[in-house]
Design a protein around this ligand. Structure first.
Ligand SMILES: Nc1nc2c(ncn2[C@@H]2O[C@H](COP(=O)(O)OP(=O)(O)OP(=O)(O)O)[C@@H](O)[C@H]2O)c(=O)[nH]1
Ligand SMILES: [Mg+2]
Length: 214
């Protein structure tokens, strides 16, 4: 990744980021304003924490030790930066929390499925996966759902601070081999820690590459 790309990412994510909408129902989605990046993944994987680490705002999205903290689609407007780049970041509720059913499709609400299937501005879904555990069956259901919807998605390993480098590399390689079989899965996997800041600058740069000039 070039220094220039890192600098563009740094500048975009240093721009203002503000919460502007919480969607609770499918007919409650906000008007489009910039390319959207959705943060998806199991409850407690670190979606809200990653959003805060990216924007450098500790309390932008609410985080919690208890799974199930985020219960609606929360929309955040990032930018414009000095050159006019803009993005919308969408913090999603987690899945896999209720133990009743293993099925992602049953658990995850109609709101989310509707959002993922019908949102023209959604340019990338980040599927966050806990580096300690790797993908679970409901993550794999999401991979399939995103493939079917032809939505470009990309895996982000979270909590990488909790692994030794060799174990982390093994996890990354296994996941990369799995994603290679998915038509809509982006080959690059981001290794991140909201705790130490590892991989955050690189992810900022990658996302800045998806921004539009508004
Ligand atoms: N060690 C470590 N812990 C983390 C990291 N990121 C998040 N956590 C912890 O994981 C827990 C869940 O974080 P959240 O960001 O609230 O997770 P979430 O995915 O938004 O959860 P839901 O909104 O419930 O779906 C919190 O206790 C965080 O402190 C990380 O990079 N490293
Ligand atoms: Mg959350």
């Amino acid at each position: 990744m070039s220094d220039e790309a890192l600098e563009i990412g740094r500048r975009l994510f240093a721009a203002s980021c503000r919460f502007f909408h919480a969607a609770q129902r499918p007919d409650d989605l906000p008007a489009r304003q910039a390319p959207e990046i959705a943060f998806a993944g199991r409850s407690n994987v670190g979606k809200s924490s990653l959003l805060n680490a990216l924007t450098g705002q500790k309390a932008l999205a609410r985080t919690s030790k208890e799974p199930g903290r985020t219960q609606q689609l929360n929309f955040f407007a990032l930018g414009p930066d000095a050159e006019g780049r803009k993005l919308v970041l969408v913090d999603m509720p987690g899945y896999g929390f209720a133990r009743v059913s293993a099925s992602l499709l049953k658990q995850w609400s109609a709101l989310i499925r509707r959002y993922l299937r019908g949102r023209a501005d959604l340019v990338r879904v980040l599927v966050l996966i806990d580096a300690r555990h790797g993908p679970k069956p409901n993550d794999r259901e999401l991979f399939d759902l995103l493939d079917e919807a032809a939505l470009s998605w990309q895996a982000v390993l979270t909590k990488c601070d909790a692994l030794q480098p060799a174990d982390l590399e093994k996890r990354r390689a296994e996941l990369a081999a799995e994603i290679a079989k998915h038509p809509a899965g982006h080959p690059e996997i981001h290794l991140t820690s909201a705790e130490t800041g590892a991989g955050i600058a690189e992810l900022r740069a990658a996302l800045a590459g998806l921004a539009a000039f508004g």
